[in-house]
Design a protein. Structure first.
Length: 271
């Protein structure tokens, strides 16, 4: 079942975190190497927090930064639509083609550096979701980020085959991936109109074999997601959050487990 009420987030520590003079709330929990779980539209929903808890329980210190919306709120149509409208005109985000890399990515790289310094380990994982999907990749411009997961990236909203990157950052990411042997794990549903096959093809053109893009059939999506996803998103989209079906052996649960294994392989020491 998809969570259907607000989440009090009372099992996380809530910290005001400053990077380059900009302060944001970051919800943290767990122990072990750091993983940054980014919110998806329209915010840090109960489903995003469920994913964050799974990451925490897998042996990581999870960091969930508040970037938009009301933290813990159940995604409604009216409230979610207003969050989208505000984010699309915010100076922190580049929602449309031609905008290049979102400025908030620099703040997130600073968060990753701080989390790595605090938590130790070989590096930091980053899970982007929907509106923030590509942010996990641009965070990898910082050497601390070694396990990027780019889930159903939806930007730019008006270009189904575009990437939310300026040319300099695209070159730098390609060079980092080749130099350090990074793999970028990514998921989408086959019929997703916000993250299309054209977008995955663009990632593969940029990253080559380093891009591990996995596609689930639309039939695997939760048929009863929260109202924001049912009415405004209107397509199978959020593989490991709103459209996940929490049943053993289900394709979306396998995707979740593959993500956790990807993080463990890169961040947790072997015995």
């Amino acid at each position: 079942m998809t969570p259907s009420a607000d989440d009090p987030i009372d099992d996380f520590t809530h910290r005001l975190t400053e990077v380059d003079g900009v302060v944001k709330t970051v919800h943290t929990a767990g122990s072990g190497p750091a993983v940054v779980v980014l919110p998806e539209m329209p915010g840090i929903s109960p489903d995003v927090l469920r994913l964050a808890r799974w990451v925490r329980d897998a042996g990581f210190t999870v960091h969930v930064p508040s970037l938009f919306g009301t933290d813990g709120a159940f995604p409604t149509v009216e409230g979610g639509g207003e969050v989208v409208r505000r984010a699309c005109v915010s100076a922190e985000f580049r929602a449309f083609a031609g905008g290049g890399t979102s400025p908030v990515a620099a703040w997130l790289r600073g968060l990753a550096r701080r989390a790595h310094a605090e938590c130790g380990g070989p590096g930091v994982g980053a899970i982007g979701l929907c509106f923030t999907g590509n942010f996990a990749l641009t965070m990898a411009l910082d050497p601390a980020v070694i396990a990027p997961v780019v889930n159903h990236p939806s930007l730019p909203l008006d270009d189904p085959g575009g990437l939310e990157l300026d040319e300099a950052d695209a070159r730098a990411i390609r060079e980092r991936v080749a130099r350090d042997g990074l793999t970028v794990l990514s998921y989408r549903f086959e019929g997703d109109r916000w993250c299309t096959g054209h977008r995955f093809a663009a990632y593969r053109a940029l990253l080559g074999d380093a891009f591990d893009g996995r596609v689930l059939p639309d039939s695997a999506a939760n048929p009863e997601p929260p109202p924001f996803f049912a009415e405004l998103v209107g397509t199978p989209h959020s593989v490991v959050t709103a459209h996940l079906v929490d049943e053993a052996g289900h394709p979306t649960v396998r995707a979740r487990d593959e993500i956790l294994a990807f993080l463990a392989d890169r961040l947790l020491p072997t015995v």
